[in-house]
Design a protein around this ligand. Structure first.
Ligand SMILES: [Zn+2]
Length: 235
């Protein structure tokens, strides 16, 4: 598995950047996890969107899904329909916008097989329905938290992940249990509790340098890293 970080900021991009979007490549095929602002143009450099096996959306907040609205035009022009997986209980107006021939919108099944990977999901704690994703080829496992604050069962869901890609949107001084996201140290605690082999901080806030988030995370999980656009994580 090869995870290409396309965009990693939230809820809006840095100048010239992109919000949540990750291309996962496996054995010559690929899927897209999230498709936020600025992701479509960057994806065009890496992979033909019409050649994706599908799109896995953690949730339908705009910083995770808005560029599907322009990907739709491309897919319509080339005459392709992509499966798009969303949390079943989401009834937001945005979901209705995805009702187009370009997309076959489906709720996550209990077990999803795509790219030869087994994908399971966990509802996490965010203001709208959101899923953490666990993808494994039987040897290596990637877990993406989606957007979440602390969440019962999340550490068990992420158990022994080779790579944990975690929401880390706040410094500890800004964070409370009521916020929609984890802090960097919360992400580190999650990685430690899960026994993850590697932690990658994402959903990076534009107002802070990644170093300040890393400083807090590394007190708890010393090998923590922050992702950046263009980064490739090999699993
Ligand atoms: Zn969100």
């Amino acid at each position: 598995m090869k995870l290409h970080v396309i965009g990693c900021h939230g809820p809006y991009p840095v100048a010239g950047g992109a919000t949540s979007g990750y291309l996962l490549e496996h054995e010559g095929r690929a899927l897209l996890m999230d498709c936020g602002a600025g992701v479509m143009g960057r994806l065009m450099r890496l992979w033909d969107p019409a050649a994706l096996e599908g799109v896995l959306l953690s949730h339908l907040h705009f910083d995770h899904a808005s560029d599907l609205l322009v990907m739709r035009y491309y897919l319509e022009i080339v005459g392709k329909t992509l499966p798009v997986y969303v949390p079943a209980e989401d009834e937001s107006p945005f979901r209705a916008l995805l009702s187009a021939p370009a997309f076959d919108v489906r709720p996550y099944p209990e077990k999803l097989s795509i790219l030869g990977l087994q994908v399971t999901t966990l509802p996490v704690r965010h203001p709208v329905p959101c899923r953490a994703l666990r993808l494994t080829d039987g040897e290596k496992t990637l877990v993406f938290t989606g957007d979440t604050n602390t969440c019962p069962g999340l550490a068990a869901f992420a158990r022994d992940a080779d790579a944990l890609l975690s929401d880390a949107a706040f410094l500890e001084a800004e964070w409370t249990e009521q916020k929609p996201h984890l802090s960097a140290s919360g992400a580190a605690e999650l990685a430690r509790e899960a026994g993850a082999k590697a932690l990658y901080l994402t959903h990076l806030p534009v107002r802070h340098e990644p170093e300040s988030l890393l400083r807090e995370a590394r007190k708890i999980f010393p090998q923590a890293q922050a992702v950046h656009p263009g980064m490739v994580i090999a699993l």
